[in-house]
Design a protein around this ligand. Structure first.
Ligand SMILES: [Zn+2]
Length: 247
């Protein structure tokens, strides 16, 4: 089945007017970033309650060492893998309008992708809870925790969505507007369990678009919503597909 599906999916991508990619944890697993959900995931080792916004504000001394360990020591050292580069290449050739990602690792940008909508924010920025200014994470020393805001000495929080926090309305609006223009959505490494991000592929589908899914394991999209399901590792299947598209 797979070669036929691969060729057909490639044909759809070649003929597409506007393709978007919707990505999740599965695309970064091969970069050494464990998924958050599921067995062996980050939330099986650390208590998610620590990453609840109000708990963080009350107990920054307790939470910041964990933030450093999980999100800066571990994720910060990860490198993009062939799946990230394949999407970047697709965009370079004018065949990808943008990536809507649920990942906070910044690996799409590191691979060279330009139009990236970070639905759940990013570890690459921090925001001061007091003066509200934003800072690029690499400019903030984590030798002393919690790191003080360079402007006011206040509490810095990584600029990704904590529990008890909504997604930014700006990124939600922009991602939804992009999805409404798309006629193809490439789903990579996600089953879309987290709402509202998980609705993105349905926006494309409900407007008559085509869904191409690449996942290692079956998801809620696989046999109901996806038009083409290429099962396997993102780092293998996505470069195969992109080679087929670009020839
Ligand atoms: Zn500040």
């Amino acid at each position: 089945m797979s070669n036929h599906a691969l060729e057909n999916a490639a044909k759809v991508l070649r003929e597409s007017r506007c393709t978007i990619a919707f990505t999740g944890a599965g695309i970064s697993v091969e970069s050494g970033i464990p998924p958050f959900r599921g067995p062996g995931g980050v939330w099986s080792k650390y208590d998610p309650a620590m990453f609840e916004k109000h708990y963080f504000k009350r107990h920054p001394d307790e939470v910041w060492p964990l933030l450093k360990k999980i999100f800066y020591d571990m994720i910060g050292k990860a490198e993009p893998n062939p799946a990230h580069y394949a999407l970047s290449e697709l965009e370079d050739h004018g065949k990808l309008a943008g990536i809507i990602t649920q990942n906070i690792d910044g690996l799409h940008q590191q691979a060279g992708s330009q139009q990236v909508y970070e639905y759940h924010g990013s570890t690459r920025r921090m925001q001061c809870m007091d003066c509200r200014l934003y800072f690029d994470s690499p400019t903030i020393s984590l030798d002393r925790l919690p790191p003080p805001c360079p402007a006011c000495g206040g509490l810095l929080k990584p600029d990704f969505v904590f529990f008890g926090e909504g997604v930014s309305s700006d990124v939600h609006y922009e991602a939804t507007a992009l999805a409404k223009q798309a006629d193809v959505c490439l789903i990579v490494g996600t089953g879309g369990e987290v709402m509202p991000a998980g609705r993105i592929p349905y926006i494309v589908k409900n407007r008559g678009g085509t869904l191409i899914e690449i996942n290692l394991y079956d998801t809620g999209y696989s046999y109901s919503t996806s038009d083409y399901y290429l099962q396997g590792k993102a780092g293998t299947r996505l470069p195969e597909l992109v080679r087929e598209v670009l020839g």
